[in-house]
Design a protein around this ligand. Structure first.
Ligand SMILES: [Zn+2]
Length: 572
């Protein structure tokens, strides 16, 4: 058995998927849950335990356990194998025939980041690191916190890391793709980060994939310099500190979202561990989805200045679209979260956290500050300001409850507000994706399940179907042809083998057939399905005969016409 097969037979797909999705049993061989690849309120994500396969009937994603891990974690095939093997304690063969160029490059990049991290930490503790150490002291960071977050210093020389990477044998191409060094027009390299306080950025698995560097001298621009996007770093999918915070987020069923590295560090150091930072980018759907796996309750704690409030406002719509329960936490005294924790203490921060407003009260407050609700114009402006957020609530019941609450909070006649919200709610375009149309006949669906069942039923059905021409008119004809081909070549006829041989459209048909039916294949039902196919096969042959008879008559070939008529009679 090859390693991929061995791995797939020793890892249950429902166990792996179950780490990301709450699955409910929905039949003897099926589980269902909310799709982790798109936002939905009613489950259409199905896992088949016999065929070890998943499919979402809304957004259409499908695959086996390896594909699931690849898509969910953003890994290559080889990395997904490795990750599953490590997680479930399955020894992986030494010679890795699966390591492709891409995963080798990614492996090298991860290694280079480890080396850079060691170098940055050593520099921070070395003689040149005093400027960074002074800065950390001024910001009041304890030694243990600096260690915990792996902070470092990139020296001002500008060649140290490049030389180190060269000495360790990394190629120019690998250096160029690492984002750790820049390339001059003459082809020589230089360190991207110079004289900066270094924050390592980890992926969810805890591997360093990028760095953020804060300038330590007033004339260094920009203040924060980040790694560029590389094969291991996609800015829009990463949240700072998620790998440390995820267990706390799950446990407390709440996440605090802050803006900067120092905020995440300061808030954590004050004892609030479920905290992540968006770090300079505006929040993306992928980031929210990453959080959502651990909790749906989020407290947004951005800077108290206007850009911070605007960023919070923008993030609300996205959070609502992803079905998150959002609250907005405001700090007084014009302090950012890090400063607040240091100056006012953990108890004060806790207090602000617990009294964080529901997002719609916060939005209403903002609207009231901008407009006078006692004038007709002001009221219209406020409603227009609030409408987008209300419209983005996907659950209609929640939507109308929020509209009602808002009306009384703004202090206007509820009827009038509700009316305007309802009108726009009715106009709201649902983002639902049409479910794929079923094009399979009930008999072919049953027979597809039969050919995937145990050996005896399969061979009986396969030999009965082979001579029937009606099979070539099935929507699923290519699937049956692939089954015949598998049997001919003596290969194992099983879902994964068959699936691998099909084009995407046919893979979808197959998945649909086994996931909709797929439980049992009662003998009688199989026999009836075979009978129905035989029947349509005969009908088809009769029609073909009739057509040929007409043709031969027209051509005056009477003898042949008579022979065909006799044949037609034996069929009837
Ligand atoms: Zn989906």
């Amino acid at each position: 058995m090859d390693f991929v097969e061995q791995l797939k037979s020793s890892v249950r797909i429902e166990t792996v998927v179950g780490e990301y999705v709450r699955l409910r049993r929905s039949g003897p061989s099926r589980y269902m849950g909310l799709c982790p690849f798109h936002n939905e309120k009613t489950p259409s994500f199905t896992v088949h335990v016999v065929h070890q396969f998943y499919k979402c009937f809304s957004c259409g994603v499908s695959g086996d356990v390896i594909k699931f891990v690849m898509e969910k974690e953003g890994l290559s095939f080889y990395e997904a194998l490795k990750s599953l093997a490590e997680r479930y304690g399955i020894p992986m063969p030494k010679r890795s025939q699966y390591a492709d160029d891409e995963s080798r490059l990614r492996g090298a990049l991860l290694e280079m980041h480890e080396i850079a991290q060691d170098a940055f930490r050593a520099h921070l503790n070395g003689p040149a690191g005093d400027v960074a150490r002074n800065y950390l002291e001024r910001r009041g960071l304890a030694r243990a916190t600096v260690e915990q977050f792996g902070l470092g210093y990139s020296d001002r020389g500008g060649r140290a890391l490049q030389h180190l990477l060269e000495r360790r044998g990394f190629s120019a191409a690998q250096m160029e793709q690492s984002g750790l060094v820049g390339k001059r027009t003459d082809g020589s390299f230089y360190d991207r980060f110079r004289n900066r306080l270094m924050f390592p950025i980890h992926n969810e698995a805890g591997k360093i994939i990028a760095f953020g560097g804060r300038a330590l001298s007033a004339d260094d621009e920009p203040k924060y310099l980040n790694s560029p996007e590389t094969p291991i770093y996609k800015k829009s999918t990463v949240l700072y500190n998620l790998h440390r915070a995820k267990e706390a987020i799950r446990k407390e069923d709440r996440v605090i979202l802050v803006e900067g590295y120092m905020d995440a560090i300061g808030v954590t150091a004050a004892g609030f561990t479920p905290v992540v930072a968006s770090c300079g980018t505006s929040l993306t759907a992928q980031q929210v989805q990453a959080i959502k796996r651990y909790s749906q309750r989020i407290v947004v704690n951005f800077d108290p200045d206007a850009p911070g409030a605007n960023a919070a406002e923008r993030s609300i719509n996205l959070l609502l679209e992803e079905g998150m329960h959002a609250r907005i936490m405001e700090l007084d005294g014009d302090l950012d979260p890090d400063e607040y924790c240091k100056q006012r203490g953990a108890a004060a921060y806790q207090d602000r956290l617990e009294s964080a407003k529901g997002y719609f009260y916060w939005l209403a407050d903002r609207a009231r500050k901008k407009h006078d609700v006692h004038t007709g114009e002001g009221l219209v402006a406020v409603l227009q300001f609030l409408l987008p957020a209300v419209q983005r609530i996907s659950d209609p019941l929640e939507r109308s409850a929020v509209a009602g609450d808002l009306a009384s909070y703004i202090g206007v006649p509820p009827g009038m507000v509700l009316d305007s919200f309802r009108r726009s709610a009715a106009n709201r375009q649902e983002k639902s994706i049409e479910a794929p149309k079923t094009v399979l006949r009930p008999d072919e669906r049953m027979l597809l399940n039969a050919v995937l069942s145990d050996g005896e039923t399969r061979s009986a059905v396969v030999s009965a179907l082979r001579p029937l021409e009606a099979v070539s008119r099935f929507a699923s004809r290519r699937i049956f042809q692939a089954v015949f081909a598998l049997e001919d070549s003596g290969e194992r006829v099983a879902f994964d083998n068959l699936h691998a041989r099909l084009e995407e459209a046919d893979q979808n048909l197959l998945a649909e057939a086994v996931l909709n039916e797929g439980e049992a294949v009662p003998e009688q039902a199989v026999a009836a399905a075979l009978e129905s196919v035989r029947h349509s096969d005969e009908q088809q042959r009769r029609e073909q005969l009739k057509a040929r008879i007409k043709e031969t008559e027209r051509a005056g070939k009477w003898e042949e016409a008579l022979r065909l008529m006799a044949e037609l009679e034996t069929l009837a």
